[in-house]
Design a protein. Structure first.
Length: 219
């Protein structure tokens, strides 16, 4: 595997590792679950394994389609940027009006036993937001690697993806109250009060969506 491809995959994996939804839910679990560390670990394991399974499924499916659809990698890249443009437009729309933030409460039956399948379900539901993963799969398909090499590359990608969540769980388990106080401030910022309308942010998201749509048309 070429060094340029390895560097590109590592960069995309680190970008993907900043997946705010996974990190945020782990924070909520550590703050409010009855058995926070075990439940957090179970949720993270379910989420990460689901991510790896989806990544491998996307890659093997795209690789198989490449043999039937000419230039499949280009269409995958175009679809990724088009999807990103739609997501940015949705964010722009949300910033056009004030919105009360809703609290995120864990159900009473949430436990280490149920956390893992919830992590799987949440990761599957969040797949449309995994733009770096789509680009990574496109890079692997375009590189025309042996399937087992591509799968091994995605395993390494998933390890990098999981690092921030692992660090968060470790801090939550080792540092206790001080770290959780910081997590509480972060979650309160997004789960309470009102998200105020912001025309500058709406314009910024719209411009970014336009740029992403332009890339989808020309790549």
């Amino acid at each position: 595997m070429r060094s340029e491809l390895v560097i590109a995959l590592a960069g995309l994996a680190l970008l993907d590792s900043l997946n705010t939804s996974t990190l945020f839910i782990v924070m909520v679990v550590l703050l409010s679950a009855r058995d926070p560390v075990r439940a957090g670990v179970a949720y993270a394991v379910g989420a990460v394994l689901a991510f790896l399974g989806l990544a491998v499924a996307l890659y093997t499916g795209a690789s198989a389609a490449e043999a039937v659809v000419s230039d499949m990698a280009r269409w995958l890249r175009r679809g990724t940027f088009a999807l990103l443009a739609l997501w940015l437009l949705f964010l722009a729309y949300k910033r056009l009006r004030d919105r009360p933030r809703k609290p995120f409460l864990l159900p009473g039956w949430f436990s280490p036993l149920t956390a893992a399948p919830i992590g799987v379900a949440a990761t599957v539901a969040d797949l449309p937001n995994a733009f770096p993963l789509f680009l990574a799969v496109e890079r692997l398909v375009a590189a025309d690697l042996d399937t087992h090499v591509g799968v091994l590359a995605l395993c390494g990608y998933t390890v990098l993806y999981a690092l921030p969540v692992a660090a968060l769980l470790l801090l939550g388990a080792r540092r206790g109250a001080r770290v959780r106080a910081g997590m509480q401030r972060i979650t309160d910022r997004f789960l309470s009060g009102v998200a105020r309308r912001s025309i500058p942010l709406a314009v910024g998201f719209t411009l970014a969506a336009t740029a992403s749509a332009a890339v989808a048309l020309v790549v």
